[in-house]
Design a protein around this ligand. Structure first.
Ligand code: C2E
Ligand code: MG
Ligand code: MG
Ligand code: MG
Length: 283
C-alpha cells in the first residue's frame, strides 16, 4: 500500500544519500594520495579565432585514478574546493602550465594557455607568491598566461580580489570570466577589473540556433563585451551551424567539440611543436 511505498521511498533516499556521503569521503581520502603521488594530468582544448585558426588552448585537469582510469574534474574539483585540497592541486596545475609555456617558448613555438582558478585557491595567501615563483622558475612570458575565474569569485571579497588581479595584471597575466551569464555579475564592478575576455557559458550556445531567448541573451553579452572592450569566447560549440550563427553576430573566439576535444599533454605537445606553422601561420 501507500504506506509501504512511502517507507520504501525513504529507505531508497537514505541509502542513496548514504552512498553519496560515502563516495565523497572516498574521493577526499583518495585525493590525499593523488596529491602525494601526482596522479593528475593536464589536457588541452583548442580555442579558435574567427578564421577558425587555433589562437590559444584551455588547460583542463584530469585525474588518472589507479583503479578507475581517467576521472573528470566534475567528480572531484568541488570536493577539493570544500576540503582545501584545491590549493595544492591548483598550484600543481599552474606549475605544470608554466612548465609547458616555457617549453613551447624555448622551442620557438610560443603558445597561449588559459588555466582555471578556484575562488579558494585565488584567495589563499600563498597564491600570488607561488604563481610568481612558477613564472620565474620556468622563465615564461606571463602575457601568454590567462587565468579563468568565475563571476562568483569576482564578487566575493571584491576589493581584495581586484587588488590581487591588478597586481598580477602588472606582470602581464590576463584574466577571463568563465561561464559568463550563469552568475550574478555586478556590471559596474566588472569595468574596474583588468579583464581581457569573457567566456559565454555553453548553456547559452547549446540551443542558440532555435531558441530566440538564448540568441537574444548572447547578443546582449556580445554588445556588453564590445562596450567593455573585452574579447569573447563562446564555449561548447559542437555543431557547424552554431559556429556559423555566431560568426554572423561578431568576431569572437570559439571553443568546443566542433574544433577539438581536450587532448592529453603528450599529444598536445607533439601536435603543437610539430604542426606549429600549420596551426598558427596559415591564414
Ligand atoms: P570549464 O572551465 O567551463 O571548462 C569547459 C568544460 O566544457 C570542460 O569540461 C570541457 O571539456 C567541456 N567542453 C568543451 N567543449 C565542449 C563541448 O563542445 N560540449 C560540451 N558539452 N562540453 C564541452 P571538463 O574538462 O570536464 O571540466 C569541467 C570543469 O571543471 C571546468 O569547466 C572547470 O570549471 C573545472 N576545471 C577543469 N580543470 C580545472 C582546474 O585545473 N582547476 C579548477 N579549479 N577547475 C578546473
Ligand atoms: Mg574554464
Ligand atoms: Mg567555462
Ligand atoms: Mg563551465
Amino acid at each position: 500500500g501507500a504506506k509501504a511505498a512511502g517507507r520504501n521511498t525513504v529507505l531508497v533516499f537514505e541509502s542513496s544519500m548514504y552512498q553519496a556521503v560515502r563516495k565523497r569521503f572516498r574521493i577526499e581520502r583518495e585525493l590525499r594520495e593523488a596529491i602525494r603521488q601526482k596522479q593528475f594530468e593536464l589536457y588541452f582544448q583548442p580555442q579558435v579565432d574567427d578564421h577558425h585558426q587555433i589562437s590559444s588552448w584551455e588547460v583542463l585537469i584530469r585525474w588518472n585514478h589507479p583503479q578507475q582510469g581517467v576521472v573528470s574534474p566534475m567528480e572531484f574539483i568541488s570536493i577539493a574546493e570544500e576540503t582545501g585540497q584545491i590549493i595544492p592541486i591548483g598550484d600543481w596545475v599552474l606549475d605544470k602550465t608554466c612548465e609547458i609555456l616555457g617549453q613551447c617558448e624555448r622551442a620557438g613555438k610560443p603558445v597561449a594557455l588559459s588555466a582555471n582558478i578556484s575562488a579558494r585557491q585565488f584567495k589563499d595567501t600563498q597564491f600570488v607568491g607561488n604563481l610568481k615563483k612558477h613564472i620565474r622558475h620556468h622563465q615564461i612570458d606571463a602575457n601568454n598566461l590567462t587565468l579563468e575565474m568565475t563571476e562568483s569569485l569576482l564578487i566575493e571579497d571584491a576589493t581584495a580580489t581586484a587588488e590581487t588581479m591588478h597586481e598580477l595584471a602588472k606582470l602581464g597575466i590576463n584574466f577571463s570570466i568563465d561561464d559568463f551569464g550563469t552568475g550574478y555579475s555586478n556590471l559596474k564592478y566588472l569595468r574596474q577589473l583588468p579583464l581581457k575576455e569573457l567566456k559565454i557559458d555553453k548553456s547559452f550556445i547549446q540551443n542558440i540556433c532555435e531558441n530566440n531567448n538564448d540568441a537574444a541573451v548572447v547578443k546582449t553579452m556580445l554588445s556588453l563585451a564590445a562596450h567593455l572592450n573585452l574579447y569573447v569566447v563562446a564555449e561548447g560549440v559542437e555543431e557547424k551551424r552554431q559556429s556559423q550563427f555566431l560568426n554572423k553576430l561578431a568576431k569572437i573566439k570559439m571553443q568546443g567539440y566542433l574544433f577539438g576535444k581536450p587532448i592529453p599533454t603528450s599529444i598536445f605537445l607533439n601536435q603543437w611543436l610539430q604542426n606549429y606553422n600549420k596551426l598558427r601561420d596559415v591564414p
